[in-house]
Write a protein that binds this ligand. Structure first.
Ligand code: FAD
Ligand code: NAD
Length: 466
C-alpha cells in the first residue's frame, strides 16, 4: 500500500528540514526526502558549518602565532591539518545527526533517496540501490537548494580545480592558490587558506569585491584583506585554466587587454551557485522556471501549480541559510491556513572573515537609486573601549536613517563580532525603530555593541566617544 502524506518536502537542507518540522508542529502528516545520505543540506554538510569551523580554527592558528606579543609564551605553533579537518568533520556529523533527531522527535518521516514527481500528487523516491518507493502527497515543497557553477569549458575535479566543496577538504596547504571570484565563498575560503600559509590571489571580474554590498564597507574590507596578505587582481577575466597533474595555469585578461598567467597548486572557482532543479521532472508536471532557471513562485511560495511550493536557494532572493529557513516556516504556516511571511528588507548578510562583515537593509547606493534622502551615523571600533581593551579595533559601524522620519533603513558593519551585532539592528528594523530609539537604548559597558549605539548617536552628530 502507498504511504499518504499531507505534505512532502523534497530536500533536507535548512529550508527543507525546518519546513518539515514546522509542518509537523502544525499537525500535518509530513515526509522529508533527502538524497545526500545526511540531513542539513549544503549548509551543514559542505557550506556554512564546515566553512565556519575552518574559519575559526585557522583564525586561532593565526592568532596563536602572535600570542607572545601579548605576554603569552606557548612555544612553536605547528599546524596539524588532518586533525583540524577531523575537528571540522566532527562538528558536521554532530549537527547533521542532530537534525535527524529533530525530524524523529517531530514525527517527520525521513526518506533517504532522490525524489521526483511522477505526477502532481505522486512522488517517486529512488534510493542508493535504485529501489523505488512511491508516496502520495497533498502538498509538495521543493527545497532542493543550489549547486556550484563553473566557468565555460572548465571542469572542476575537486583536487586541483576545486569548488567550495573541494576547498573545504584539501589534504595539504597549497603553496599558491588562485581564487576566481571575490564574493562570499572566495573571501571566506581565501582567508582560511591564507591564514594556514597559502599565497592567495583573488581574480575578480568587477572593480570591487562582494558585489551588492555597501561600497564604503566593500572597499574597507578589501583594504583590510590586502593588509592580511591576500592579493587582489581586479577587473580580470579568467580566459582558460590549463590543468597539469598537480598544478594549474590560470590565464586572465584584464580590462585594458593585457594578459596575465598565474601558476598555482589549487584554483578555487567561486563565481556563484545555480538552483538545483535537475531530475525533479518539473517539466512533466508543468512547474514554471524563471529566466535564471529558478522555480518561479508567488509571494506565498506557490508555483504555477496548485499545492506545489518552493523555498530557499532554488527560488529567487539571496542564497542564505536563514532566508531558506524563514521561507520554510512561512510556507508551512501558509499551507496550514495561517499567514506566514518573510520580510526581505531585514535579511542580514554576514561574511565570517576576520574582521566580520555584516549588512542589513538598504545600502547607500540603493538609497541613492531609490532617491530616498538619508542621514548617516558612523562610529569606528578604534574608539570602542572593549575593542581597544583586546586590541581588535579594525572597522566601523554605519547606520543609514531616513532624513525626515529617522527610521533606520539599513546598517553596514565591518569589525569584531559584526555578525552578532547586526541582530540588534534587525530587531530594531522589524519594529520600525528610529536611529534615536537605538541611541536611547542602554547598552552594557564595555561591549562592542556600544559602537552600534554610538553610530546611532552619530546620526544626529552627538556621538560621545568620537
Ligand atoms: P540546500 O542547503 O542546498 O539543501 C538542499 C538539499 O536538497 C540538499 O541536501 C540536496 O542534497 C537535496 N536534494 C536536491 N535534490 C534532491 C532530490 N531530487 N531529492 C532529494 N533531495 C534532494 N549561508 C548562510 O546563511 N551563512 C553562511 O555562513 C553560509 N556559508 C556557506 C558556505 C559555503 C561554502 C556554501 C557553499 C554556502 C554557504 N551558505 C551560507 C549558503 C547556504 O548553504 C545556502 O543558502 C543554504 O544551504 C540553502 O538552503 P536550502 O535548504 O535552500 O538548500
Ligand atoms: P558570490 O555571488 O558571492 O560571488 C561571486 C563573485 O564572482 C562575484 O564577485 C562576481 O563578480 C565574481 N565573478 C563572477 N564571474 C566571474 C569570472 N568569470 N571571473 C572572475 N570573477 C567572477 O558567489 P559565491 O562566493 O560563489 O557564493 C555563492 C553564494 O553562497 C553566495 O551568493 C552566498 O549567498 C552563499 N554563501 C554565503 C556565505 C555567508 O553567508 N557567509 C558564505 C558562502 C556562500
Amino acid at each position: 500500500m502507498t504511504d499518504k502524506f499531507q505534505a512532502v518536502v523534497i530536500g533536507g537542507g535548512p529550508g527543507g528540514y525546518v519546513c518539515a518540522i514546522r509542518l509537523a508542529q502544525l499537525g500535518l502528516k509530513t515526509a522529508c526526502i533527502e538524497s545526500r545520505g545526511s540531513l542539513g543540506g549544503t549548509c551543514l554538510n559542505v557550506g556554512c558549518i564546515p566553512s565556519k569551523s575552518l574559519l575559526n580554527l585557522s583564525e586561532e592558528f593565526h592568532n596563536a602565532q602572535s600570542l607572545s606579543n601579548k605576554g603569552i609564551e606557548i612555544g612553536e605553533v605547528k599546524l596539524n591539518l588532518s586533525k583540524m579537518m577531523k575537528n571540522k568533520d566532527k562538528a558536521v556529523t554532530i549537527l547533521t545527526k542532530g537534525v535527524e533527531f529533530l525530524l524523529k522527535k517531530n514525527k517527520v518521516t525521513y526518506f533517504k533517496g532522490t525524489g521526483s514527481f511522477k505526477s502532481k500528487n505522486d512522488i517517486v523516491i529512488k534510493d542508493n540501490n535504485s529501489k523505488e518507493t512511491i508516496i502520495q502527497t497533498e502538498n509538495t515543497i521543493i527545497a532542493t537548494g543550489s549547486v556550484p557553477v563553473s566557468l565555460p569549458g572548465i571542469e572542476i575535479d575537486e583536487k586541483v580545480i576545486v569548488s567550495s566543496t573541494g576547498a573545504l577538504k584539501l589534504e595539504q596547504v597549497p603553496k599558491k592558490m588562485v581564487v576566481v571570484g571575490g564574493g562570499y565563498i572566495g573571501l571566506e575560503m581565501g582567508s582560511v587558506w591564507s591564514r594556514l600559509g597559502s599565497e592567495v590571489h583573488v581574480v575578480e571580474f568587477l572593480d570591487h569585491i562582494t558585489p551588492g554590498m555597501d561600497k564604503e564597507i566593500s572597499s574597507e574590507f578589501m583594504k583590510i584583506l590586502k593588509k592580511q596578505g591576500i592579493n587582489f587582481h581586479m577587473q580580470h577575466k579568467v580566459e582558460k585554466i590549463k590543468k597539469n597533474n598537480n598544478n594549474a595555469i590560470v590565464s586572465t585578461l584584464n580590462e585594458n587587454g593585457s594578459k596575465k598567467d598565474f601558476e598555482c597548486d589549487v584554483v578555487l572557482i567561486s563565481v556563484g551557485r545555480k538552483p538545483n532543479t535537475e531530475g525533479l521532472n518539473l517539466q512533466k508536471i508543468g512547474v514554471e522556471l524563471d529566466e535564471k532557471k529558478r522555480v518561479k513562485t508567488d509571494k506565498n511560495f506557490k508555483t504555477n501549480q496548485n499545492n506545489i511550493y518552493a523555498i530557499g536557494d532554488v527560488i529567487s532572493g539571496p542564497m542564505l541559510a536563514h532566508k531558506a529557513e524563514d521561507e520554510g516556516i512561512a510556507v508551512a504556516e501558509n499551507i496550514a491556513g495561517q499567514s506566514g511571511h518573510v520580510n526581505y528588507d531585514t535579511i542580514p548578510g554576514v561574511i565570517y572573515t576576520s574582521p566580520e562583515v555584516a549588512s542589513i537593509g538598504k545600502t547607500e547606493e540603493q538609497l541613492k537609486d531609490l532617491k530616498i534622502n538619508y542621514k548617516i551615523g558612523k562610529f569606528s571600533f578604534m574608539a570602542n573601549s572593549r575593542a581597544k581593551a583586546i586590541d581588535d579595533t579594525e572597522g566601523f559601524v554605519k547606520i543609514l536613517a531616513d532624513e525626515k522620519t529617522d527610521k533606520v533603513l539599513g546598517a553596514h558593519l565591518i569589525g569584531p563580532h559584526a555578525g552578532e551585532l547586526i541582530a540588534e539592528i534587525g530587531v530594531a528594523m522589524e519594529f520600525g525603530a528610529s536611529s534615536e530609539d537605538i541611541a536611547r537604548t542602554c547598552h552594557a559597558h564595555p561591549t562592542f555593541s556600544e559602537a552600534v549605539k554610538e553610530a546611532a548617536l552619530s546620526v544626529e552628530k552627538r556621538a560621545i566617544h568620537s
